[in-house]
Design a protein. Structure first.
Lengths: 318, 324, 347
């Protein structure tokens, strides 16, 4: 038993799933943008998670004058309260990430459920769910966040909810499109012909096909969620009792870091947020690209091939 | 008189994405006379489409080619693109696999043929449109259809238009790669009838690349059978069916159901060998019903077994030895 | 016995005199055509396309009936309607004597075990994330059969061996992309066999496989047929139908135009369309080159069905009356077998 080799050329062939780890792991290993994104993201996560243990100083420990400049002991200087910036960044990243992940979880659950239901059942169900999605899509994000934060009061929980209910729409659309196409595949039709119920088909056949795309979409959503949280915190609507990266920037702004010339209080947190969002975007985009049902079509091209001198071989020519 | 189109020991290797090479065409030598119809037959993966593309010089960047392609005695492969380009579409033209689906959907069919004419400096403007009308008429498409878009044509008509496009520059050789796959049997008959009359009327030589043996038996004068990148037998279609000299040819015919007759066709067990590694002995041996000791480690060479009939099989060598 | 009324020609009594396994009577499947906004506003009457327009035939246990025709003739829709994958507009489908046309889904579900379908595309029929074992086991899990886990594993093994994928252990843990087309198709068949079906609908089961592999899969189906399975095979390849089918039904534009024993249809066709189709099928032997009767044009689409006999615009022997008269399936004058029917006034 051997694998039939198809001729390269004009025949299109879908990418087979190479390893058991699946497309996600494959992509991370093979595409440079995904590798970079994954690496940077992992680094930030590790630093943030281990902050309580590896942060060089205490979060509330004043170790020098306000806006103390960078030095050997404090590579990124001190903030307005004399607290070490590196420590602040690590702890700040924790909150930013927590909000990012939590909000994304909320949006993923809502968006995923709606997307799968709409895509699988189609018809009226699809119509109704998509209209609801459209309504949510039209709502302007930032003003709503401001209004809700202003009315409900800024707590981490409220912020997570608000961001979550604004972000699910794009997930729902992407998942719906994928589910619709998977539903038309022959093996799904076969399962229905065999008499499989809806739940079984969705769990066994549809979700596994959709999962990688969901992961890609999740990663991208995290980027947006982190941005939203940072924006909220910067506008002063974040949870005052928690220090996120946005809050660090806001604090610096409020305490006149710029006029003091203390760039180290503003730029580094901004850079970390940017890196966080960028790495999520890189990884998410690479995954999404890899998951688009890409047909490997070799193009007929002139000028392409190489010539090798005649290899001597005896044969009766015609 | 030399053949119109000849290949000598044509070889094609493809670089594989994960490293290694695929030896897709392993020394194919065939010849096509003026006005002759030759059927290049084989199953998926045998290298027939790659051979056809090599003849046109249309292989991608990860391909390496060696051997000679002689057009009227001159090796056009020698200078790669430089020597192949002047002949492409002008002397040697091709209807690709799936050509009927390769039309630009946002341009009319007529304009796409005009484009070909203008690119090859055959005609411009009004003259080009006139010529397009002639070409479409030759393939049985009424004049007023030239201004329609591809989606307004049926599959059969699009295939005709693809043939018209291939004939734009009056080539002397037409290569047709699976021209009737995916078409209904009646439409297939129409296209084959069309190819038949075009070859007669324009004196075209036809290289028909297909997996469908009966089509070759009906339309072609001669056939060449490929397996695992090699040419295993060639000869008149009559000889191939009535006196095959290679077990694969014989078994392939036996596996093809026929409209009349008795019994059920028999499949050939196993699968073709992988072409990304070196294989010893005869590539068909694992599936052959008449393999013997020599087949294990010696590659059979293509030898003449009768006038205009060659095969690559040790059984013929043994017969020849015994005769001496 | 067999009356001369329309649509009855295909219904052969089974060998033991009991009713056939599958009996289809006057099946009609219609699809609505979208009117569009302009049409709806102007209140144009809703038009329907009759993809299948009055088809009758039967399939018996141990018998292979081939439904042949070109694209658009309605053969695939017929097959799907038989399995209730598509709803019939009118007519009757009986399985093992039981009318299943209107059966609600709940009652239909257990019957799905007995009626299975094999699809054309082996590269798409299997879930790429499931191993061969998973794929063959799934039907049992769906219907709650097979007993304990060990019992199921054993049944899976048997099914895989039965489709000639031996040794089974070599195949059980493989993923579809590691198998060839022919092997995948065999796995799909094994997955059907595990439920012990009585009727198998095979929709172009080998058209996407290499020639050298086709006979293997078809011979396997033939062996299963000999063991009692009834098979309805959809195909456009008349040569395959000629070799493997007991009876052939030729379809054109939603109707059966000729039906009868396979050998009779192939050697003694009576309908002009059948004759033309048979004449253009390429033969293996180069010496068998007869003059093919190539029809011009292509079959009109189902929204514009010609008046009278549907085939008359393309018919090489049409007469004036053919334009007005829509022929019934009747026994032709020159028929040899009592079960041969053709819908042509000249037959």
């Amino acid at each position: 038993m051997s694998i039939v080799i198809n001729e390269p050329g004009l025949i299109a062939e879908p990418e087979p799933i190479r390893s058991r780890g699946g497309i996600v792991w494959d992509t991370i290993r093979r595409r440079p943008s995904a590798t970079i994104g994954a690496t940077v993201l992992s680094l930030i996560i590790v630093c943030a998670v281990l902050a309580p243990w590896i942060a060089p100083y205490g979060l509330h420990e004043q170790v020098g004058p306000p806006f103390g400049p960078p030095s050997w002991e404090h590579p990124l200087g001190l903030d307005d309260g004399g607290i070490d910036m590196v420590t602040l960044l690590m702890w700040g990243a924790r909150i930013s990430l927590v909000v990012g992940f939590a909000a994304t979880l909320v949006s993923m659950l809502i968006g995923g459920t709606i997307g799968v239901t709409a895509g699988y059942f189609g018809g009226k169900v699809d119509g109704v769910l998509m209209r609801i999605t459209d309504y949510f899509l039209v709502i302007p994000d930032v003003p709503l966040m401001i209004v809700v934060a202003a009315i409900w009061g800024p707590s981490l929980f409220h912020i997570v909810i608000v961001i979550g209910i604004l972000l699910w729409t794009s997930t729902a659309r992407v998942i719906r499109a994928q589910v619709k196409s998977v539903r038309e595949r022959v093996y799904v039709k076969r399962a229905r012909a065999l008499g499989a119920g809806h739940v079984r088909i969705v769990m066994r056949h549809v979700l596994p096909q959709v999962a990688p795309l969901l992961i890609a979409n999740t990663v991208l959503t995290i980027a947006v969620a982190v941005f939203d949280e940072t924006a909220l915190a910067f506008l002063g609507l974040g949870d005052p009792s928690r220090i996120s990266l946005g809050k660090v920037i806001e604090n610096a702004f409020q305490r006149a870091a710029i006029s003091s010339g203390a760039w180290w209080a503003i730029v580094p947190p901004g850079v970390v947020v940017a890196l966080l969002i960028l790495s999520c975007s890189l990884l998410g985009q690479a995954l999404e690209d890899a998951l688009n049902p890409r047909l490997r079509v070799a193009h007929v091209s002139a000028r392409g091939f190489r010539l090798r001198p005649l290899v001597g071989r005896n044969a009766d020519a015609l | 008189m030399s053949a119109l189109l000849e290949t000598e020991d044509l070889q094609v290797w493809f670089d594989l994405p994960g490293g290694g090479t695929l030896h897709a065409v392993q020394g194919v030598s065939l010849g096509l006379e003026r006005g002759e119809r030759l059927g290049l037959v084989g199953e998926s993966g045998c290298g027939k489409t790659t051979t056809a593309l090599a003849l046109m010089g249309l292989l991608p960047a990860n391909a390496t080619v060696s051997g000679r392609v002689l057009l009227d005695g001159t090796d056009i492969l020698r200078g790669a693109e430089e020597t192949m380009r002047p002949h492409r579409w002008v002397d040697l033209s091709m209807v690709f696999q799936g050509a009927m689906n390769a039309f630009n959907p946002v341009k009319t069919v007529g304009s796409q043929i005009v484009e070909v004419l203008e690119l090859h400096q055959r005609a411009v403007g009004r003259a080009a449109r006139l010529r397009t009308g002639e070409l479409l008429a030759a393939v049985g498409i009424p004049d007023d259809r030239a201004d329609r878009y591809p989606h307004e044509f049926s599959g059969g008509m699009r295939q005709r238009a693809a043939i018209a496009m291939a004939l734009a520059c009056n080539p002397s050789v037409l290569i047709a790669d699976e021209p009737t796959t995916a078409l209904d049997v009646m439409v297939q008959a129409q296209i084959l009838e069309l190819l038949d009359s075009l070859c007669r009327d324009f004196g075209l030589a036809l290289l028909l690349v297909t997996h469908d043996l009966p089509v070759v038996a009906q339309l072609c004068d001669r056939g060449a059978v490929m397996y695992a990148g090699e040419l295993v037998e060639h000869g008149s279609v009559d000889a191939l069916f009535h006196a095959p000299c290679h077990p694969y040819t014989r078994l392939l015919f036996a596996a093809t159901p026929d409209l009349h007759g008795d019994g059920l066709p028999a499949s050939i067990p196993g699968a073709p060998p992988r072409l990304d590694r070196q294989n010893e002995g005869c590539p068909f041996r694992p599936r052959c019903d008449r393999a013997f000791a020599r087949c294990v480690d010696q590659r059979p060479l293509l030898r003449t077994v009768a006038p205009e009939h060659g095969a690559a099989c040790h059984l013929n060598d043994v017969a020849a030895e015994v005769a001496h | 016995m067999s009356s001369e009324r329309r649509g009855c020609g295909g219904r052969a009594l089974s060998s033991n005199g009991a009713g056939a396994l599958l009996d289809v009577e006057d099946l009609v499947v219609a699809y609505p055509i979208a009117r569009g906004l302009a049409g709806a506003v102007r209140r144009r009457p809703e038009q329907r396309v009759l993809a299948v327009d009055g088809v009758s035939f039967s399939v018996d246990r141990g018998e292979l009936v081939a439904l042949v025709g070109e694209s658009g003739c309605g053969k695939t829709t017929t097959a799907q309607a038989v399995l209730r994958l598509v709803e019939a507009t009118s007519g009757r489908v009986s399985f093992d004597g039981r009318d299943i046309t209107e059966l609600p889904n709940r009652a239909l579900r257990p019957l799905r075990r007995s009626m299975q379908i094999i699809y054309q595309d082996p590269y798409e029929s299997l879930d790429p994330r499931m191993t061969v074992r998973d794929a063959v086991e799934e039907p049992m899990l769906i219907h709650g059969l097979g007993g304990s886990r060990a019992d199921r594993r054993e049944l899976v093994r048997e099914a895989v061996a039965r489709v000639e994928l031996t040794p089974p252990d070599l195949f059980l843990e493989r993923y579809p992309h590691e198998l060839s087309g022919g092997q995948r198709q065999r796995v799909a068949i094994a997955a059907s066999l595990v439920l012990e079906p009585e009727l198998l609908v095979a929709d172009e089961p080998v058209s996407m496989l290499d020639v050298s592999v086709r006979a293997g899969v078809l011979n396997l189906l033939d062996r299963l047929r000999q063991e009692g399975l009834g098979i309805l095979m959809i195909t456009h390849d008349l040569s395959t139908a000629a070799r493997y089918a007991h009876r052939i039904a030729v379809m054109y534009l939603g109707r059966i135009v000729e039906i009868g024993p396979a050998s009779e249809i192939v050697e003694n066709p009576q309908h002009p369309y059948t004759k033309a189709l048979l004449s253009v099928v390429p033969r293996r032997d180069p010496r068998d080159r007869k003059r093919p009767q190539v029809l011009t044009g292509e079959a009109p689409d189902a929204t514009r069905i010609p008046s009278g006999c549907r085939f008359h615009p393309r018919c090489p022997v049409a007469i004036e009356e053919c334009r007005a008269h829509d022929p019934e399936l009747l026994r032709p004058r020159n028929a040899v077998s009592p079960d041969h029917r053709a819908a042509c006034i000249l037959a």
